[in-house]
Structure formats: structure tokens, C-alpha cells
Design a protein around this ligand. Structure first.
Ligand SMILES: NC(=O)c1ccc[n+]([C@@H]2O[C@H](COP(=O)([O-])OP(=O)(O)OC[C@H]3O[C@@H](n4cnc5c(N)ncnc54)[C@H](O)[C@@H]3O)[C@@H](O)[C@H]2O)c1
Length: 352
């Protein structure tokens, strides 16, 4: 039997959910609601339209609601859905603060409903490629991971330009970038140092640089800018770099391209040959001699966002655990709060 879904909020992400979920076996979209009637005009035939969440939650057929409204609506809508005994998938960022998440979890636990969060970017192919290299230990001991995302035009729109509605890039995309790192690296984060800026937006951050020190010796840097310009193909997408003592890897673009890079001879304490560069002679920098650098293909991964809901269906039927767990999203929210504190105080913050 298909799981009957209701979608709350039919904006950008509500439409994405409608398109994906109506094509999936095991799920039926029963209802969609939005407080703006205009947003309901193009709801697919056969799906019931509602003008409020309360109306839709009163439909006893709906088993699961997916909350895809503005970030500042999540607490209220999760609480209402839990009180109506609906199981819940909440969009990211799950809440505006740890305190809000804790409050919504009270309603979830009191009503004994199922709850998970749509952190589907754990299935992004660029991330899964770097994770595969990490899991295979293909680069030996990792010492650095860089994770960058750049855009143009400032690219902030609608409610995203207001702090009060949950706008700002840390809570919009930072939540994905940090979630990916914390999910991949099985170690405590000991400290956080961050810079946040609103370069061209009045209220909200459109640039951040976050440095995380993990207990296992890895330093990770996460940088995002929505107004960060360069005339290079595929620049306005993801860039990963991972360095270990047995090689490096770079992975660029959402449809990733890159290589694993190794050296054929480790130059430890041998007489360095000089390379002439525009900045003068150098022994450590400049171009390596012919044949020293060799490359390998990236591992192939085959993941996509549908995988999130395929897994959800299994977990819903009790065959597996939910993929995204509350303590994980709570840890990411705590980390985002530490990022804000570090940016405000301009000091490193001890974390775990
Ligand atoms: N997981 C992802 O990749 C991803 C991508 C984009 C957005 N999101 C998340 O989805 C959510 C919505 O973002 P969006 O970009 O679609 O915004 P949006 O502005 O395009 O759509 C939000 C919709 O929710 C409606 N809405 C607001 N309050 C409501 C309420 N109380 N009841 C019913 N409807 C209500 C609005 O009228 C609007 O149509 C946000 O939490 C955002 O972070 C997730």
C-alpha cells in the first residue's frame, strides 16, 4: 500500500516534492496546501488543494506530511502536524535554533509520531565521490578537506533576504555543507573558527568561511559565497579538495569531474632541484618535473535525490532506520550556532 503524503508549502521546494513524489512507487500525494491561493493553481489533477495546513491535517487519509514552508514556519507546522498524529518529514534547516528543535521534538515525542529531515544532499554525486575516496582510505591519512560553493549575482530572493524568516546562506546551504562533513567524518569537532559577511545583502549572510578542527587531525574548511566571481567554467558550483599523505583528490561540479593525484617519488630530504618561476627560483613550488605527477580516475558513484525517498519508504515500513536522525541534525544546528558565535566574537569556539 502506498504511503499517503500531504505537502505543506507549494513554493519552489513544494513543487520539487510534488514532481518527484508523484513519480515514485510506494508514495501517493493526497493533498497539497499553501496559504497563498496563487501557489495552488498548478497543483496536479487528482491532488486535493487546501488553503491552510490545519484543513489538510484534518484529512485522516494523510499519513505523512512534508513541511516545505519558510524556515520560520517549521516549528509551528511540525507542532500542528504532530498534534494531528501525522508522521513528518521536515525540510532543512529543521529549525531556526537548537531551542526550536527541542521544542518541536517535545510535540513529536508526546504524540509518538515518526520524524525525519530532508537532508537529501547526502546523496549528491560530488559529495558521494569524495566520501567514497575518504571511506576507501585511498589517500592515506587525510589532513585537509576543502569544500567550496560559489555563486553569482548575490542570488538571494524572497524571504531569504530576511533574518526573521530564516534567510541567510549559513542556514540555507551551510546546513547541507556542514551536514555532509559531519556525516562523513566520524570524529568530534574540537574547535570552530568562522567569518560571516553580508557582502551585498542588507540583512543576511551571503559569504562564510568556516574552519573545523576534528579530533582525528583533519582540518576542514567550508567556504560559500553567492557573489564570488570568476570567469572559469563550472566555477559557480561545488569544489572539493582532499589531501592525504598518499595523494590528493579534487572533485569539481555537481556532476563531478576531477582526479586522484599522486606523486611517483616522494621528495623527502633529497637535494631539491630548482624550478624557475615568475617569482624566482624555488625548490618546493613551481612545476614538478616530467613524470612526477600521475593521476587516477575518480571512483564512480550512482546516487541521486530519489534515493532519499526510496530509503524513507523502507524505513517507514520498519525495514530500516530513518537515514537522517534527530541527533545528527541537532549536532549540525549546534555547530551553526557555534559558527555564528565565532563570527560575532571573531574568536575560535571550543565545540565538542
Ligand atoms: N532540501 C533542499 O534541497 C531544499 C531546497 C530548497 C528549499 N528547501 C527548504 O524548503 C523550504 C521552502 O523553501 P522554498 O525555497 O520552497 O520557499 P518558497 O518561498 O518558494 O515556498 C514556500 C511556500 O510555503 C508557503 N507557506 C509559508 N507559510 C506557510 C504555512 N504556514 N502554511 C502553508 N504554506 C505556507 C508560502 O506561501 C510559499 O508558497 C525551506 O525550509 C527551505 O530551506 C530545501
Amino acid at each position: 500500500m502506498s504511503i499517503k503524503f500531504g505537502i505543506i508549502g507549494h513554493g519552489f521546494m513544494g513543487h520539487e516534492h510534488e514532481t518527484m513524489l508523484t513519480q515514485m512507487d510506494g508514495i501517493e500525494v493526497t493533498g497539497i496546501c499553501d496559504i497563498q491561493p496563487k501557489q495552488l493553481e498548478d497543483v496536479k489533477e487528482g491532488i486535493i488543494r487546501y488553503n491552510s495546513a490545519e484543513e489538510m491535517l484534518a484529512n485522516p487519509d494523510i499519513q505523512v506530511v512534508i513541511i516545505a514552508a519558510n524556515n520560520n514556519q517549521h516549528l509551528d507546522l511540525v507542532t500542528k502536524a504532530a498534534n494531528a498524529k501525522k508522521d513528518i518529514i521536515c525540510e532543512k534547516p529543521v529549525a531556526m535554533s537548537v531551542a526550536e528543535l527541542d521544542e518541536m521534538m517535545k510535540a513529536v515525542n508526546e504524540n509518538g509520531v515518526k520524524f525525519t529531515v530532508h537532508q537529501q544532499r547526502r546523496f549528491d554525486p560530488d559529495f558521494r565521490t569524495i566520501k567514497e575516496i575518504y571511506d576507501q582510505k585511498a589517500l592515506g591519512d587525510i589532513f585537509t578537506i576543502k569544500n567550496q560553493l560559489y555563486g553569482f549575482n548575490g542570488n538571494m530572493h524572497d524571504w531569504h533576504v530576511y533574518i526573521s524568516e530564516g534567510g541567510g546562506m549559513l542556514f540555507d546551504w551551510g546546513v547541507h555543507l556542514l551536514d555532509q562533513l559531519l556525516w562523513m567524518i566520524d570524529a568530534k569537532v574540537t574547535s570552530v573558527f568562522a567569518t560571516m559577511k553580508n557582502v551585498i545583502n542588507e540583512e543576511v549572510d551571503d559569504f562564510f568561511n568556516i574552519q573545523l578542527v576534528f579530533e582525528n587531525g583533519i582540518t576542514a574548511e567550508v567556504e560559500l559565497g553567492t557573489y564570488y566571481l570568476k570567469d572559469q567554467p563550472k566555477w559557480f558550483e561545488r569544489h572539493w579538495f582532499m589531501g592525504g599523505n598518499e595523494g590528493s583528490a579534487y572533485v569539481d561540479g555537481f556532476d563531478p569531474e576531477g582526479r586522484i593525484v599522486r606523486t611517483t617519488g616522494l621528495l623527502t630530504n633529497v637535494k631539491g632541484s630548482r624550478t624557475m618561476t615568475a617569482a624566482g627560483p624555488t625548490r618546493s613550488f613551481g612545476n614538478p618535473r616530467e613524470g612526477l605527477i600521475v593521476t587516477e580516475e575518480l571512483p564512480e558513484v550512482h546516487t541521486c535525490h530519489e534515493n532519499y525517498f526510496e530509503q524513507f519508504i523502507k524505513a517507514y515500513h520498519g525495514e530500516e532506520e530513518f537515514f537522517v536522525k534527530v541527533p545528527e541534525v541537532r549536532r549540525v544546528l549546534r555547530l551553526m550556532e557555534a559558527v555564528r558565535e565565532s563570527a560575532r566574537t571573531k574568536k575560535s569556539v571550543d565545540f565538542e
